[in-house]
Design a protein around this ligand. Sequence first.
Ligand code: MN
Length: 459
Amino acid sequence: MPQPDDRINQTHDPNLKSWVESANDSGTDFPIQNLPLAKYLRGSVVTWAFVVGEYLVPLAIIDKPERLAADLVRHPADAGWFSIIDRITARKGGIGSLRRSAVDSLRLDSNRTSERQRIENAMIPLRDAELLLPEVPLNYTDFYASIHHATTVGAMFRPDNPLLPNYKHIPIGYHGRASSIVASGTDIRRPRGQQSPPDTDPKAPPAFGPCKMLDYELEVGMFIGPGNELGQPVPIGKAAEHIFGLCLVNDWSARDIQKWEYQPLGPFLAKNFATSISPFIVTMEALAPFRSPAYKRPDGDPRPLPYLLDERDQASGAIDITLEVYLQSAEMLKRGLSPILLSKSNSFKDLYWTLGQLVAHHTSNGCNLQPGDLLASGTVSGPGPTERGCLLELTWDGNGPDGKPKPRKPIQLPSGETRTFLADGDEVIFKGYCEREGFRRIGFGECRGRIVATAEGKA
Ligand code: MN
């Protein structure tokens, strides 16, 4: 049984039911205990909403309307950058109070009967809504926090010494590109770029053209709630207060471009052509029951330095999420074949660093995080061969006697096709959900993206 946690309250009661009937389906990602945030477009109006079952309930309708600032409710799409997270965290009671209010209004035994009619008139089916990015981050950072991913990828290049000496001391990350973050469902155009000369002829000039080794990376992103002032690090003991919620992230990666460009300064054009995120922000409030102890470091591993070490963070700073990756090729779609499961793991709770440690480290030099910033985990992989969060790992077949990777082992698709990397027309689908005995299952919805050919034709 989970440890009692003061972050768990009546909104997590597994017996709560909603008068929105689809929220009571056992398989739904969005029971009344979840209430993720979404943003949708209808006509020319952008609206923020809680997701309940198969419906979007505008925030405007929750709580006593007179207590809501008008700009929390509706904001024209053309009025510049606006952070719903900033607006909510600045309100008295923050997301916690908005969430309690929503539960009071949406629960089956709610005594707010007049409100129910108002909500029913305002809510719209998810399937009829154009979902947008739930928040438009101004800044995006990507980490490398899964030790299983770092170890497997490292073994491809350094079989005897897969992890670099800094890995167990310092969270590794790089600054990504916020402008190319796109909502789930947006097509991903195959990038073009420079590719290294072949290993057999290293003196040959590099090629330039469509990426031939296009990959996905299964990640989880955290949205920052309150920011910190420039020059004022967030102490590890306060880091959790700066995390608003999580989403699924696909950090699309061009491996051939990456291989040629990444030394000495790290990823650049191999990563910044697109990053897809799921359209729902699952709040840390909703995730409270699924907190888990930080990854237990094997004997002999270094202790985190004091600025990264906090008792509560170590006791409950990880989040237990099951993550799945599916693929459907254009041919599979045409023939009515369902997407196939490529990998599944619950290794997100076993990241080498907690989310709090990533925040504390990111700000340890005084760097200021801003409300709505997106910080992603890095590819989440487990130790097993079916738990790998990208094709680079999944189709790796070990190294040969010369120490170099053997030819890749293709994935067989039910259509008879094979894949080592993504082809045009392939759709990649991520799913995520949390389950724990004694609590209602909650989910993240899906993060989807389909590869389309480069502008100049097929890759
Ligand atoms: Mn990544």
